[in-house]
Design a protein around this ligand. Structure first.
Ligand code: SDX
Length: 429
């Protein structure tokens, strides 16, 4: 196989190097294209563009494969925990027992936000969307850690990472309590990561929330499955901000904003709203599927389709199984789960979805689990952000550690007006 691609342009032939990844992915290196040919590439939505080399997560969209640092997501879902997977993503290997204890202790030590941060919560209206609060509070909390900027950032990376992973959970729980007019519940030292989040969300000042192992395990799995996903929209945003050497908290806060969109992390909330709409309308799903196929309806089958997966999202398969297990163990039935299953079955028989290789993605079933746990719909994308934080930090670190890292600055093809001159206002129409 040749290690160059030949490009014939205006009578000249250019040789462009071929880059091959460790999983056999092939890329044409165009980093010298403009200087050699005067041309740039054009790739709306970056569907064909590799923005970086990364060693963190691998996805094979055709085969429905997802691996964190080379380990299949199915094995991690079965045997690991969110905190262990977070360490794997950030530091590149599964922690030994000393490393795991040190990491876990660092998370515990940094689980509280600065007490002055609580005043910021007072400024938000009760109905403020928790993703707005989360992004604002992540940036606000960086004001309490002056060492975040500059070289100190590298030397204190571990503590900054632990603070961010631990406090995103505390900020999320505090914003939930505030929006429901409930007293703040502080973390407890003896609780591990996910149990502490549930405690801070649902305990009362006079009675602790009952931590059912199956509920803690299901939410921990949701966090683990969302922990990273190569160069998705929000992770690319984190890398874009990190490439200017902005600090870790600023990069993560930007990631929260990108994740919020209904085409991305906001889809888990949109799926439940869609299933609820179908349920209330008495539609068996067929009317909605017809609408989702009609471009003029403005409706999409939320939780379906993916830029990379042209096969079943492996995370959706794992979550669907966990849905059944959790609801059975809680002796809970949810009509929305039945509708989701019927919708999936019907859609996967429709040529529209088959031809476009549209399958359920991670968001199609995740909301059912969160509903069963009692997490309100408006918090679903926040749960996604808590899960994705280690992936964002791992990508931030990859840029921070790269001595050849450059600022991300794409080019464009200008299609605006030409040959314009300035006209004084008196002469304008
Ligand atoms: C996440 O990138 C990641 O890795 C993201 C993520 C992660 O972990 O970070 O996996 C998390 O964001 C999952 C995706 C969650 N979003 C949704 O479920 C929203 C619904 N899905 C879509 O809107 C859509 O599928 C995207 C946004 C996910 C992907 O969009 P693309 O790759 O730009 O695909 P497209 O919009 O160009 O669609 C191709 C065709 C179009 O039809 P044609 O123009 O070819 O006729 O498929 C159609 C689309 O109209 N289509 C859908 C559809 N998704 C795509 N039609 C109906 N329902 C859908 N859900």
């Amino acid at each position: 196989m040749s290690n160059v691609a030949k490009l014939e342009l205006e009578g000249k032939v250019y040789e462009l190097p071929i880059v091959v990844g460790t999983e056999g992915e092939k890329a044409i290196d165009v980093s010298a294209l403009r200087s050699a040919t005067g041309h740039i590439t054009s790739d709306d939505g970056y569907g064909n563009t590799g923005s970086c080399n990364s060693a963190i997560t691998f996805i094979d969209g055709e085969k429905g494969i997802l691996r964190y640092r080379g380990i299949p997501i199915e094995e991690l879902a079965e045997q690991s925990t969110f905190v262990e997977a977070a360490y794997l993503l950030i530091y590149g290997h599964l922690p030994n027992s000393d490393e795991m204890k040190r990491f876990s202790d660092l998370l515990t030590k940094n689980e509280n936000i600065h007490e002055d941060m609580k005043h910021h919560f007072e400024g938000f209206p009760a109905n403020a969307h928790p993703m707005a609060i989360l992004s604002a509070m992540i940036n606000a909390s960086s004001c309490f850690y002056p060492g975040l900027m500059g070289p100190a950032n590298k030397a204190r990376f571990d503590i900054h990472a632990a603070r961010l992973i631990s406090q995103v959970r505390t900020i999320a729980a505090f914003s939930y309590r505030k929006s429901h007019g409930l007293p703040t519940i502080y973390p407890k030292r003896q609780y591990k990561y996910t149990a502490n989040f549930l405690h801070m969300m649902f305990s009362d000042i006079y009675e602790d929330y009952e931590l059912k192992p199956e509920v803690v395990k299901a939410l921990d799995l949701i966090f683990l499955l969302h922990a990273d996903h190569e160069q998705n929209c929000s992770t690319s945003t984190v890398r874009m901000v990190a490439s200017s050497q902005a600090n870790m908290f600023a990069s993560a806060a930007a990631g929260v904003c990108a994740l919020w969109g209904p085409l991305h992390g906001g889809a888990n909330q949109a799926v439940i709203e869609m299933l609820g709409q179908i349920h209330r309308s008495g539609d068996d799903g067929s009317r909605f599927i017809q609408a989702a196929k009609d471009k003029n309806s403005g409706q999409r089958l939320m939780g379906f389709g993916h830029r990379v997966y042209k096969n079943y999202d492996p995370r959706a398969r794992i979550i669907k199984k966990a849905c059944d297990e959790l609801l059975n163990s809680m002796h809970v039935t949810d009509p929305l789960l039945d509708i989701a299953k019927r919708l999936e079955e019907a859609a996967l028989k429709e040529s529209y979805f088959i031809e476009r290789k549209l399958y359920p993605n991670v968001d199609f079933y995740s909301g059912i689990i969160m509903r069963a746990i009692g997490i309100p719909t408006e918090m679903f994308t926040v749960i996604f952000a808590i899960g994705r934080m280690p992936g964002w930090i791992a990508n931030f670190k990859e840029i921070m550690d790269d001595p050849k890292a450059r600022i991300y600055r794409p080019r464009q093809v200008y299609v605006g007006p030409v040959g314009q001159r300035y006209t004084p206002i008196a002469q304008r129409k």
